[in-house]
Design a binder for this molecule. Structure first.
Ligand code: DQA
Length: 150
C-alpha cells in the first residue's frame, strides 16, 4: 500500500482482549499498572513529543480492524497495537495492517517469544513496521518514541 501521505500528530494506541484487566490480570507476568496508568504515561510522553495519543481497548477482533481502518482514513501518524492473544491467531488483523498506509508498531508488555510456543507466532509482526516487547508498560512508551521518528 502507498505510504502515509499526510500523517497527523495523532498516534492511535489499540489494545486487544483482556488488556482492560491489566492491574489484576496475571500481575506476575503483566505487572500492576492498569491500562489507565499506561494511557497516562503515554499522554505525558506524547505532550513532550508534540504528539497526541488516542488510547482504545476492545475484546473484539472486528473493533480492532475497524479502528485500524479509521486510523488510516484519518491519516494517523502511527498505530501502536497490542493485539493481545489475537497477535497469535488473527490473519484478519494481518490483512488489515497490510491494507493500510499507516505504520503499525507491535507492542507487548511481556516478551511472547520467551513464553509458550503458541505465542511465538505473530501475525501482527508479519506486517508491522516495528515491534517493542518485554519492557512492561515502558514498551508502549518506547513504541511512542519510535512513532515520533516516523
Ligand atoms: C500480550 C502477550 C500476548 O501473548 C497475550 O495474549 C496478551 C498480552 C502482552 O502484552 O504481553 O494478552 O500481548
Amino acid at each position: 500500500m502507498a505510504s502515509n501521505p499526510k500523517p497527523s500528530n495523532v498516534v492511535m494506541v489499540l489494545n486487544g482482549p483482556n488488556l482492560n484487566l491489566l492491574g489484576t490480570r496475571e500481575p506476575e507476568i503483566y505487572g500492576s499498572a492498569t491500562l489507565d496508568d499506561i494511557a497516562g504515561m503515554l499522554e505525558d510522553r506524547a505532550r513532550e513529543l508534540g504528539l497526541e495519543v488516542d488510547v482504545r481497548q476492545s475484546n473484539h477482533e472486528g473493533h480492532l480492524i475497524d479502528w485500524l481502518h479509521e486510523a488510516n482514513a484519518d491519516g494517523a501518524r502511527a498505530v501502536l497495537l497490542n493485539a493481545g492473544a489475537y497477535t497469535h491467531t488473527s490473519i484478519a488483523l494481518l490483512d488489515a495492517i497490510k491494507a493500510i498506509a499507516v505504520p503499525v508498531i507491535e507492542v507487548h508488555l511481556s516478551d511472547p517469544t520467551n513464553r509458550e510456543p503458541f505465542r511465538h507466532i505473530s501475525y501482527v509482526g508479519m506486517a508491522a513496521a516495528d515491534e517493542v516487547k518485554g519492557l512492561g508498560p515502558q514498551s508502549y512508551v518506547v513504541a511512542l518514541e519510535k512513532a515520533a521518528l516516523l
